[in-house]
Design a protein around this ligand. Structure first.
Ligand code: ZN
Length: 173
């Protein structure tokens, strides 16, 4: 960030002291007299499994025939957990059994920090919203084959598999 998002003035840098501790040099607007911390978006994405981790749900969106994860932006004042529950309800209306944090990655194209969770569904019933073109439960082996290659979705999916600790067993089943 080179210019102030409020007034457009060129930013300088100034040491930021918080509770007596230095946070280092932070972009600073000399007109507004305010620090301008980095601005980015936050989104949640979910690797969704059925109750016994034998299947995973992938979706297709925006008219594209590629299998990806359910995801969405976090609204202002919302927690990651609230965004996760809302997005799953809005996009596929699936009942959630439990969820846990998986991994996060910064996605430069949309200036977004994407926080991924492993979600377990109570049952396999879902209802597509208008935001989703298609969704299907795949065996873990098939999900691995059809998920969009070399994508963030695939990296999150692989990490989730490693975390549910049944990777080899499930892939050979
Ligand atoms: Zn300013």
């Amino acid at each position: 960030m080179k210019y102030c998002i409020e007034c457009g003035a060129k930013l300088t840098e100034k040491e930021c002291i918080n509770f007596g501790l230095s946070e280092g040099m932070i972009p600073y607007c000399p007109i507004c007299n305010e620090f301008r911390f980095p601005v980015f978006n936050i989104a949640v994405s979910m690797v969704i499994f059925n109750a016994d981790y034998s299947k995973s749900l992938l979706i297709q969106q925006y008219g594209k025939k590629r299998n990806i994860l359910v995801a969405g932006y976090v609204n202002k004042a919302e927690s990651l957990e609230q965004a996760l529950v809302r997005e799953i309800s809005e996009e596929i209306n699936l009942d959630i059994l439990d969820y846990k944090f998986n991994a996060s990655e910064y996605f430069e194209k949309s200036n977004t920090l994407i926080c991924n969770f492993i979600v377990r569904a109570k049952n396999e019933k879902f209802t597509l919203s208008q935001e989703v073109d298609y969704a299907e439960w795949y065996s873990i082996k098939n999900a691995k084959e059809v998920i969009l290659k070399d994508s963030l979705a695939e990296r999150f999916f692989d990490k989730a598999l490693a975390k549910v600790c049944k990777k080899d067993y499930l892939l050979s089943a």
